[in-house]
Ligand binder design. Structure first.
Ligand SMILES: Cc1ncc(C[n+]2csc(CCOP(=O)(O)OP(=O)(O)O)c2C)c(N)n1
Ligand SMILES: CC(=O)[C@@H](O)[C@H](O)COP(=O)(O)O
Ligand SMILES: [Mg+2]
Length: 629
């Protein structure tokens, strides 16, 4: 049995010798590379926190002490050390979540994968502990990327205000989000890394003092906890300490003993303390370290030796957007682009390559991206803000009050819209067409195929007096879905059979589920039910022609890859009611609940967004209508 296999929980770590700890770290790295290569997942981030997580669980007593992770994608080692070593179905249906999960373990607290929240959680947990009179520890692990998010600074401001409230912050500084972390904070953290004098003292302390019996180790430990003056001799640690938060570091995050020494010092401290750990994303796996894009931040299932994907990938919606935006950039010198620390994943690579001065990575700061875009638009440019749909949630007020209220021509391109699946409940892009419904003047396009994405992106960037949104899912872009006619501004995708008499169902298909809608119409026709299938293209505002069109059918069905609550189905219903049209309507979408991690196809089937289910439920609705008549 390997040392890793002998670890049933954090207590088993406490008795390990230094040599066994080194062997455990090797076991864990080998396990991660093999397991995550099989399933896909966050390989780079987890290879970077092996020693840090071992040290955390040796110094603190989870779950009495609360160990919190931001955004949780780097909690695989935490899972391995807290009794969960079956990674065979990682991020798959019925398998381990890719993030902490309360259902899986008492050691897990924060389940969401939205960044920069951990310090807020820690502030609340520490306050609750003190109000209730506890003496446990609250330990928040935050990445250098997550630290660029505004929420982190709101929390730091509060944490720093309570000089006598014990709270340990561990900054996992690998100098990267996906790409190298941007901004003044990243620069400050880097200066702390680069001070030769301090590093020499660090190396001397490690070499000489740690090997000197008793006194040496304590002296080495106190060097780390040395007064501000000592450190300032090497490098001003101002920022955190001036805020009122004790700074310990920089610590070699891959040296278990060094991290443990710092954590013990932090543990004894009577107020908020920040331990700055220097780590390497992808540590111990050369292919990850050599990956310039993102050090294997997320990998698909691959051969661990060659890193070749196990499944061929077809062109994605993202790649279509990426190429078209670069083409638009050639024609429109006013078009600029913003990303929240994800230039690659959101498809800004080609644009950035051609127009490096017209793209900005703002860090994990979607709120800032939206408001800065309002400034860019007011300054005469047309910004394209490329983010994942779920992450725009946190910038709702900025979209509403900065962009829409001021009628700014800003285009938000929402990738990963709809059911995403393997990243779990907080990654599904299932809320944007509901949340954004209430933004006056904002327009939403939901393209059904690559051609429509290209066309609607161009239509969006042509609007200079209102926010526009173009949203598409996380999957390969399918075959073209041609129109067979027009109805107002809408595309007709299917008409009832010639001579079939009055059509029964108007099927409104919003976005990328058009192929499923067309298939459902075929299944219905086989049951003698005739459908007209339309694609509104722009789902906000809806085309008024929907009203007369609906009036010529017995039932309206709306299908969307978005929450049913307040989505396109709701908007169509309101449009019809306001026009006095009382044709019955059925809205097909994502139910108002958090979806567990599973494949996109599995989840779509589970929630009834498949041709068979859509056809079946439309059939049943017609039957009920006939029985009632
Ligand atoms: C609000 C929000 N925006 C974007 C993301 C996407 N995202 C996930 S991890 C990550 C980078 C995190 O960097 P860091 O905190 O340094 O952790 P590391 O991966 O380097 O360990 C980003 C941008 C997110 N999870 N949440
Ligand atoms: C943790 C996080 O939010 C991202 O790393 C996310 O997992 C990436 O999602 P995709 O794999 O869909 O790009
Ligand atoms: Mg990082």
């Amino acid at each position: 049995m390997s040392i890793l296999e002998s670890i049933r929980g954090p207590r088993d770590l406490k008795a390990l010798s230094e040599g066994e700890l080194d062997e455990l770290a090797e076991d864990i790295r080998e396990f991660l590379i093999q397991a995550v290569a099989r399933t896909g997942g966050h390989l780079g981030p987890n290879l970077g926190v092996v020693e840090l997580t071992i040290a955390l669980h040796r110094v603190f007593d989870s779950p009495v002490d609360r160990v919190l992770w931001d955004t949780g994608h780097q909690a695989y080692v935490h899972k391995l050390l807290t009794g969960r070593q079956d990674f065979s179905k990682l991020r798959g249906k019925g398998g381990l979540s890719g993030y902490p999960s309360r259902a899986e373990s008492e050691h897990d607290v924060i389940e969401n994968s939205h960044a920069s929240t951990v310090l807020g959680w820690a502030d609340g947990l520490a306050k609750a502990r003190d109000v209730r009179g506890g003496d446990s520890h609250v330990v928040a692990v935050i990445g250098d990327g997550a630290l660029t998010g505004g929420m982190a600074w709101e929390a730091l401001n509060n944490i720093a205000a309570a000089r006598d409230r014990r709270l340990v912050i561990v900054v996992n500084d690998n100098e990267r989000s996906y790409a190298p972390t941007i901004g003044g904070l990243a620069a400050h953290l880097s200066t702390l890394r680069l001070t030769d004098g301090y590093e020499r003292a660090l190396a001397w302390g490690k070499e000489v003092l740690q090997n000197t019996p008793v006194v040496g180790r304590q002296l080495y430990g106190s060097l780390h906890g040395a007064k501000k003056g000592f450190k300032d001799a090497f490098q001003p640690q101002g920022m955190f300490e001036d805020l009122g938060i004790k700074y310990l570091g920089p610590i070699d995050g891959h040296d278990v003993a060094a991290v443990e020494a710092a954590l013990h010092t932090a543990r004894r401290f009577s107020g908020p303390v920040l331990v700055h750990c220097l780590t390497e994303k992808g540590r111990g796996y050369p292919p990850a370290l050599q990956d310039e894009a993102d050090h294997f931040h997320t990998v698909g299932a691959m051969d661990p030796l060659t890193c070749e994907p196990l499944a061929p990938s077809a062109p994605s919606w993202t790649s279509v957007f990426a190429e078209e935006l670069a083409a638009v950039g050639e024609e429109r010198p006013d078009v600029v682009a913003l990303t929240a620390a994800m230039p690659g994943p959101v498809g800004l690579g080609p644009f950035a390559e051609r127009f490096p001065d017209r793209v900005w990575d703002v860090g994990i700061a979607e709120q800032h991206a939206a408001t800065s875009a309002a400034g860019l638009a007011t300054g005469g440019l047309h910004p394209v803000v490329a983010v994942y749909a779920t992450f725009l949630n946190r910038a709702f007020d900025q979209v509403l009050m900065d962009v829409a209220l001021h009628r700014c021509g800003v285009t938000f391109v929402l990738d990963r819209a709809g059911v995403t699946g393997s990243d779990g409940p907080s990654h599904n892009g299932m809320w944007d067409m509901s949340v954004l419904q209430v933004v006056p003047g904002l327009r939403i396009a939901a393209p059904r195929d690559a051609d429509q994405l290209r066309a609607q992106l161009r239509e969006a960037v042509a609007v200079d007096d209102a926010p526009t949104v173009v949203r598409f899912p996380k999957e390969s872009v399918g075959e073209p879905v041609p129109a067979v006619g027009r109805a107002g501004g809408m595309d007709v995708l299917r008409r009832p059979a010639e001579g079939a008499g009055a059509p029964d169902v108007l099927l409104v298909s919003a976005g990328a589920l058009a192929p499923a809608c067309l298939r459902a119409a075929e299944l219905l026709q086989a049951r003698g039910v005739e459908c007209t299938v339309v694609d509104p293209r722009w789902v906000k505002p809806l085309d008024e022609q929907l009203v007369p069109l609906a009036g010529r059918h017995r039932l309206v069905a709306v299908v969307e890859d978005n929450s049913r609550t307040g989505g396109v189905g709701w908007a169509v219903g309101q449009l019809l009611r306001d026009a006095g049209c009382d044709v019955p309507l059925r809205a097909f979408g994502i139910p108002e609940r958090f979806l567990p991690h599973a494949k996109r196809g599995e989840l779509l089937a589970d929630i009834g967004l498949t041709p068979v289910e859509i056809a079946g439920r439309i059939s049943a609705a017609l039957a009920r209508k006939e029985n009632a008549e």
